[in-house]
Design a protein around this ligand. Sequence first.
Ligand code: SF4
Ligand code: F3S
Length: 106
Amino acid sequence: PFVVTENCIRCKYTDCVEVCPVDCFHEGPNFLVIDPVECIDCTLCEPECPANAIFPEDDVPAGQEHFIQLNAELSQVWPVITTRKDPPADAAEWDGKPDKLQFLER
Ligand code: SF4
Ligand code: F3S
């Protein structure tokens, strides 16, 4: 499956959700996750993310392996999102900032 990683936090552009053919994105307060059971590896979402936050599970950046488990866990509790919405007003400021995991809201 594909995995949403750290740079989505506080960026949450939601461009990714429109292209997913199986509606496997789930939305939290400031982050999205992919349900690894539903994802069919179609690859369509990866190039849609302006923050380059989506990776195949086997290609998650070093040090972000814990996001594989976070996607699996949070997709079970957060609701599905299928329609794009406006990102946070300060999304561009957070794009590329390091150590954003501490800001993840559940
Ligand atoms: Fe959805 Fe395809 Fe992305 Fe998986 S790879 S989350 S099926 S768009
Ligand atoms: Fe997040 Fe990128 Fe989607 S920032 S909401 S994974 S388009």
